[in-house]
Design a protein around this ligand. Structure first.
Ligand SMILES: Nc1ncnc2c1ncn2[C@@H]1O[C@H](COP(=O)(O)OP(=O)(O)O)[C@@H](O)[C@H]1O
Ligand SMILES: [Mg+2]
Length: 487
């Protein structure tokens, strides 16, 4: 294939292929037909010459038998008269030759010539059938048939018939012209057919190419209609499936991008508040002229805000570690009750300051988990619960176990969670009551950390408002029995 052919359109390829088939078919068929026709006509001509020669030979033979059984000069005149009379009506030339091969009578000329040297004449003189094709003196192709004239067993002469093949040749050239016209018509029809076929075959592909370039140009809703042959339909469907996948991946990337940039702006926002407070306090202290009492207050505020920044950094780091971890948590057998107990003890100064009591109830199931992380879950939930519960109130941590899951609930006596905040409460940086919580510390990462740790333990966590007031955070972890049985 030439380079031009390799880039050729379906139309060109089809045209070339169909033209080749049409030409080979038409020319081949024509040649075969003409050849058959020619040999048929020549066979017929030879048959006719044979018949004429045989009849003539038989007639001459009968006449001689009644006479002296010799073909002599006295017979020649009568034969010449007979042949001359038939000549205007005969399509062929008839001659009668004597036993030496000399012409006694000729329907198309004068007698006297000797044809003894011709092969067909010698065949006939030997008692057989002779036939030959050769050029006439006038340059035409002629067919010659010679049969013996016999009396008894003796060959006494030859009946010689001949005819030019001119009528056959002119018939063939006539057919050749007509066939050429047919071949031309074939070629013209092929052009039309190639055009139609090409349109029919290429339209679905052109449409598909259009959809693909629209997609590449940014129109991610572009899809191809499955049309045409089974193959082009399959191609369109495959393209559509690919486009769906790419569109989904792009949407995901964009969402990820949005999340990242929101995260960065959230973090910056969280950093700004404590930094502004620290800067303000430091500036005031620099000015001098501050009472000892105020100095202590400003320094305490600087320490508090620095603590807040440290907490923020720690929380971000924790989240990043849990969510960015590629491997699984180092899981071990953990007694959930003692984990809760340790969290309560660690936070004791905090909830005591808040004037809230904490009770731990229920069973002490063993789960598969990371004890430190699980303690952080309890601590974060306990921190929130004791913060929202009014002074003198109490917070309960309740542990229970079922066949499938172990449940840890943290129940408080706070105001509950606003219904519109419920779906977002586990999101990063989410704070339901901004004004109040700013003063009490958290950046809204506590519950996000809880959710991330629980997810890493293949568990679930949800927040529910209790009908009797307050809210409950329910953590469910897979029961160890099932996990152990599987392992
Ligand atoms: N027990 C609760 N009762 C009512 N609201 C709560 C409770 N726990 C958390 N919230 C709300 O959810 C928000 C997010 O909590 P959290 O992720 O722990 O953030 P923070 O770091 O501020 O503690 C809090 O600001 C608070 O408004
Ligand atoms: Mg919190």
């Amino acid at each position: 294939m030439t380079p031009a052919m390799r880039r050729a359109s379906i139309r060109t390829r089809l045209l070339v292929a169909l033209l080749a088939v049409a030409l080979i078919g038409a020319v081949g068929l024509s040649a075969y037909f003409l050849h058959e026709l020619e040999s048929f006509a020549l066979r017929k001509l030879e048959e006719r010459l044979h018949t004429q020669a045989t009849i003539t030979a038989a007639l001459v033979s009968e006449t001689l038998a009644a006479d002296d059984a010799r073909l002599g000069a006295n017979d020649a005149a009568a034969l010449q008269r007979a042949l001359s009379r038939a000549a205007p009506y005969a399509a062929s030339r008839m001659r009668v030759l004597d036993a030496r091969g000399v012409v006694l009578a000729d329907s198309g000329g004068t007698p006297g010539a000797s044809y003894a040297s011709r092969a067909e004449i010698r065949d006939a003189l030997d008692g057989g059938y002779g036939a030959a094709t050769r050029m006439t003196e006038r340059g035409r192709v002629a067919l010659y048939v010679a049969v013996p004239i016999t009396v008894g067993d003796e060959v006494v002469g030859v009946s010689y018939a001949s005819s030019t093949t001119f009528s056959i040749m002119s018939l063939l050239s006539d057919y050749r012209l007509r066939l050429a016209a047919v071949v031309l018509a074939f070629v013209a029809a092929t052009f039309g057919l190639a055009e139609l076929l090409a349109r029919w075959l290429s339209r679905p592909l052109t449409e598909l190419a259009g959809a693909a370039s629209r997609f590449a140009g940014g129109d991610h809703a572009a899809r191809a209609a499955p049309r045409g042959s089974v193959e082009t339909q399959a191609l369109a469907e495959a393209f559509n499936a690919m486009a769906d996948e790419v569109e989904r991946a792009i949407a995901e990337l964009r969402e990820e991008e949005r999340r990242k940039s929101r995260f960065v702006s959230d973090v910056s926002h969280e950093l700004r508040t404590p930094l502004t407070a620290i800067r303000g306090a430091a500036e005031t202290l620099l000015d001098g002229d501050v009472s000892e009492e105020d100095q202590r207050q400003f320094l305490a505020s600087i320490v508090r805000e620095a603590d807040r920044l440290t907490r923020l950094a720690n929380d971000l780091l924790t989240l990043q570690r849990i969510e960015g971890a590629t491997g699984e948590l180092p899981l071990g057998r953990v007694d959930l009750r003692s984990v809760a107990q340790r969290a309560i003890e660690a936070l004791q100064p905090l909830w005591e300051t808040r004037g809230v009591s904490v009770v731990l109830t229920g069973s002490s199931p063993v789960v598969l988990g990371d004890a430190d992380r699980l303690q952080q879950v309890v601590a974060n939930l306990l921190d929130n619960a004791t913060r929202v519960t009014p002074e003198g109130g109490s917070v309960e941590i309740r542990i229970s176990e079922g066949p499938e899951a172990v449940t840890l609930e943290v129940l408080d006596e706070g105001p509950g969670i606003p219904p519109d905040a419920l779906p977002h409460i586990f999101e990063r940086f989410f704070r339901a009551q901004v004004s109040r919580d700013r003063s009490t510390g958290g950046a809204g990462l506590g519950l996000a950390i809880v959710a991330a740790i629980v997810r890493a333990h293949a568990g679930t966590v949800e927040a529910v408002n209790r009908p009797e007031g307050g809210s409950v955070f329910v953590v469910r972890l897979p029961a160890l029995k099932r996990e152990a049985a599987r392992a």
